[in-house]
Design a protein around this ligand. Structure first.
Ligand SMILES: C[S@@+](CC[C@H](N)C(=O)[O-])C[C@H]1O[C@@H](n2cnc3c(N)ncnc32)[C@H](O)[C@@H]1O
Length: 178
């Protein structure tokens, strides 16, 4: 019942606002940093991947990527470029330092141990974490996300539609490797 309900909620989730968010994340957080973040040659994990709408948008935008997606619910993926692992982000079933890029969109508030994201990030790797917010609370939400991780903040900002749904996005870098 719960699984069906969750799948139902996310089944038509790539609404225009979501699509706008993922496009802005690609345009504002990934493409300008292409010299540093090389999605196509990176091991990528997405924690709380949902149906993988970000990956679908990235592939449609020309990124030749493959992602390991973790989600507590088993859902059909929006693109076949995802290896889905069904499991909890509270005890991420991946080795320490095993991913160059760790994504987690609008899920961090659901995780009991969000710092697990940092554990699986390689030295010099990047994490892009977003959280739902609005125009009044985005600063507090962003500060909360930043307080969860001992990682360098490279970039942060709002994405989405103020009249519908917004997220605050933080791009982090792990450690001292340039
Ligand atoms: C708001 S949705 C975001 C989905 C996706 N990241 C996106 O942007 O479309 C939150 C996702 O987190 C998953 N989730 C909730 N609790 C989780 C947990 N403890 N571990 C892993 N995934 C979880 C849900 O099943 C859902 O797919």
């Amino acid at each position: 019942m719960a699984e069906n309900f969750t799948s139902e909620i996310y089944s038509d989730w790539m609404r225009s606002t979501q699509e706008k968010k993922y496009k802005e994340i690609l345009l504002d957080f990934i493409i300008p940093l292409r010299g540093k973040i090389d999605l196509e040659n990176s091991k990528i994990a997405d924690i709380g991947i949902g149906k993988g709408w970000f990956e679908k948008k990235a592939v449609e935008s020309g990124f030749d990527i493959n992602t390991v997606g973790l989600d507590i619910e088993k859902m059909d993926m929006a693109t076949d470029r995802i290896d889905l692992v069904v499991g909890s982000g509270d005890y991420i079933p991946f080795k320490d330092s095993s991913f160059d890029v760790v994504l987690s969109f609008d899920t961090v508030h659901l995780l009991k141990k969000p710092w697990e994201i940092e554990r699986i990030l390689s030295e010099g790797g990047h994490a892009i974490i977003s959280t739902h917010c609005n125009e009044r609370n985005f600063k507090r939400k962003g500060d909360k996300v930043k307080s969860l991780f001992d990682l360098e903040v490279l970039k942060e900002g709002l994405v989405g539609d103020p009249d519908d749904e917004m997220s605050y996005v933080v791009l982090f870098r792990n450690g001292s490797v340039v």
